[in-house]
Ligand binder design. Sequence first.
Ligand code: ADP
Length: 628
Amino acid sequence: MGVLRNSTCLRQWLTSVGRLCLLLFVIYVPAAGGQALTENRSPRVLVLYPYDERIAATTVAGEAIRARLLDATGGKIDLFSEFLDLARFPEGEYVERMAQFLGEKYVRHRPDVVVALGEQSAKFIVEHRAALARDAKIIVAGFNKSTALKMKMPPDVIGAFTEFNIIKTAALARRLHPSARHLFVLGGSSEFDRWWLETAKAELAEFSKNYDTTYLEDLTIEEFVAKAAAFPADSIVLALTIFQDRSGRNFIPRDAVKQITATASAPVFGPYSTYIDYGSVGGNVVTFEALGESVADLTLDALDGKPITHVQAPHFDVVDARQLKRWGLSEQNLPPGTFQMYRQPTFLEQYWLTVLVVSAVITLQSVFIIILLFERRRRRTAEVESRHRLLEVIHLNQSATAGALSASIAHELNQPLGAIRSNAEAASIVLRSACPDLKLIEQILTDIQDDDQRAHDIISRMRGLLKKRAEIEWQEFDLSELTATAIKILKGEAVRRGIEVRSKPAREPLLVRADKIHVQQVVLNIAINAMDAMTKAGNERKLTLETRLTKDAKAELSISDSGDGIPDDKFATIFEPFYTTKASGTGLGLSIARTIVETYGGRIMASNGGDGGAVFRVVLPLARAETR
Ligand code: ADP
């Protein structure tokens, strides 16, 4: 963790006073340390932090160490922490006094493993291990191997190193900003900054050939900020460390980077995860959590007495999703496995369950709607088919009625035709006379016209009776008028059977809406049944057709006869298809009548009248019931 380094620290270590204290501790410590080793107790681990508790780099790594150790040991471990604050108190005497103090503090709790986070902590423990933890295993972490070599660390001090390879960060930048033509590499003026910049130059030698490359060094922070504001948009900026600027001002590098990224006109990348919250787009970094976990694994092995060797903390491509957005960099270009911090989940990611449920509901609904539409269509088709069948059945019924009435209709037709012939003969006799009576001839011709009209009416009623319907023809008509027409059709047959037909029309018109031919068929079916029922009746053969307005404002037609009536247990049965008591009956007349009446919203009922004959009542809604 190069960022933990402070170039000004530890210059005055090992002063003569310090050496004296150290000597005292070296003499004192073995007794206490020797005691600890023989105790049956929880292992002790001391974590040294180089700065205070606010420095995220070390505290995050430290927390990761604590979490992993507590988890692995089930809490049976003594964890100690010391914040050395060496950035603010780098003076030699202070450091010596602190070493002395810590030596005394841990005299009865000598750690088995000391973890030194950051270069300064590492230097401290290497210098003072005899005073503080002579027999402890020392694990250092958070800086690179070459720094460790420069520090001349003893071979038994084991490191979890972080090797920063600027090439991987540069490659990430190139993937994210493929149209970039310029490359700017920023480095500070401290010894470490300069070393890092030189290292980066060598590592980027090949990479930088594809860019117009500028290394920005030896600048004050103000100059860095001013230059950053003028970067062309098609630039990649790589920020190394700025521990110190040209004017000698010291920085925590991420603070310097923050000032630069605030005004930069091109995306800035850096190989440190600490830069990410400070305006950097990201880079190939070691996360503090991953570093902490590597250190914890080494510590656990050391506590188990296993041999441990140097390790390298894992690196990851990490980016800040907010910066991707700021610079319009597409996340499609990110290498697989890149960790995106501060990424707002997409609507689909956030509400996937809701979306799934809603889609499922919509799909189910759609399926149901389609099924219902099919069902409706099927039902409509079935309705149309059944209506067509009904119309056909009605027509068959009409034909049968016409057949039954044909003899009487033919007889009825004979009357006007015979009258026409007689009148014609009479007229010809009158014309042949010497002095024809023209007035009489005119009278005869008028009679002929009237008879012709009667014949015409009979034929047109017959034609109406046989009319075939492809569809229902809705009409508005007066039920009393229709009854009168039906009586005219039946009259011949009634006369033939010796039946007196009486008509009692309502005083007011009874306008109903239906197919006239169908309602007429209902009247004929009931009336012919009534005539059939009176074959045995003596001289009292009476058929009465009466229309009236009911109390509940409906049109009613009642047809009563003077026959034997209907047996009490047959009032419902007679309307069922194929029920007949007649030798040549079909049992369909009343069933068809009921279907027709119900099609037009009406009802048909049967009962027996006071004189014993049957009474059939047909009730239909008025065409303009609401206006009455
Ligand atoms: P069909 O006339 O072919 O018998 P219908 O359905 O028209 O068929 O009538 C069914 C039966 O109802 C008749 O056979 C008869 O027994 C009875 N019926 C109908 N009208 C009367 C009536 N006015 N008086 C007595 N019985 C009747």
